[in-house]
Design a protein around this ligand. Structure first.
Ligand SMILES: [Zn+2]
Ligand SMILES: [Zn+2]
Length: 281
């Protein structure tokens, strides 16, 4: 049994991920066009009809652009909280209202099963109507989606503790944001606890999560096998800069990216590689 994971796009121009088997699966967010979603699915041997549901993290346009057509026209069940649903239909960037007929309301921290995956939404701090992270238990290990998160809360951490495959935001380099073109109010918003996670905060957190997994720390947590850094800003970040910062921060602790932890920086507007994960891979 293999679980496939692929990012179709990640960043403020649109977010969308696939997770599932070769037969069926789910999407997390749909902030890119339906045609692009179909094309990306087809490239990994799947059709839209094999998508059992789309999970929504929050109601910002870069995560929900195609949610209404996926629900209304393609009858893909949309899994979201009541508040996020209301937020989607209030969003001025969304041209078509999402009919409640294809919405499946979920509650935070109440697990449900979809496409053979056990899914739990949990609250995360970000300045949308409401924002959730998703913890997904699969036969090959647990995944956690944390995109658009101002700070890692104890709740988020309790899910990461049980995660082997982590999708974590690394939105901006702190220096680039400070020196960059954004107006002061926007810089403050992004850097706040309900904004986005910086490269430095994200890497700092990873190092902490790795230390917590050392045998001398008790060894009770799930081994961290692969981390995908997501939602990079176009204006305030650069993939190479993030990779360099990551490498240096790891080296300072005597660690090496690739040897001690697999880390992949996700592309903003093009698909990542396809990851096929089996039980011990
Ligand atoms: Zn976003
Ligand atoms: Zn957002």
């Amino acid at each position: 049994m293999k679980i496939k994971f692929q990012s179709f796009a990640s960043g403020s121009s649109g977010n969308c991920y696939y997770l599932g088997t070769e037969k069926e699966g789910i999407l997390v967010d749909a902030g890119i066009g339906v045609r692009t979603i179909k094309k990306n699915l087809r490239e990994i041997g799947l059709e839209l009809e094999q998508i059992r549901g789309v999970l929504v993290t929050h109601d910002h346009a870069d995560h929900i652009k195609s949610i209404p057509p996926l629900g209304n026209k393609y009858f893909i069940p949309v899994y979201t909280t009541e508040l996020i649903y209301e937020g989607i239909n209030r969003n001025k960037c969304i041209h078509e209202a999402l009919s409640p007929a294809n919405v499946r309301y979920i509650s935070k921290e109440k697990p449900f099963t979809l496409a053979g995956l056990r899914i739990t939404a949990f609250p995360i701090p970000h300045d949308a109507t409401e924002s959730v992270g998703y913890f997904v238990e699969s036969p090959v290990g647990n995944f956690c989606f944390l995109t658009d998160i101002g700070t890692i809360t104890p709740t988020a951490e309790s899910y990461i503790d049980r995660t082997s495959y982590l999708i974590l935001e690394a939105n901006y380099d702190e220096e680039m944001l400070r020196m960059g073109p954004y107006p002061e109010y926007l810089k403050k918003r992004i850097a706040s606890g309900t904004g986005h996670l910086s490269n430095q905060a994200s890497i700092g957190y990873l190092l902490q999560a790795m230390a917590a997994r050392l045998p001398e720390a008790g060894g009770r947590l799930s081994p961290l096998r692969h981390v995908w850094l997501c939602h990079l800003s176009r204006e305030n970040n650069h993939p190479q800069l993030l990779e360099k910062t990551l490498e240096l921060s790891f080296r300072e602790k005597g660690l090496e990216v690739g040897r001690d932890l697999q880390v992949t920086v996700l592309k903003r507007t093009s698909p990542s590689g396809l990851y096929e994960i089996s039980r011990n891979g």
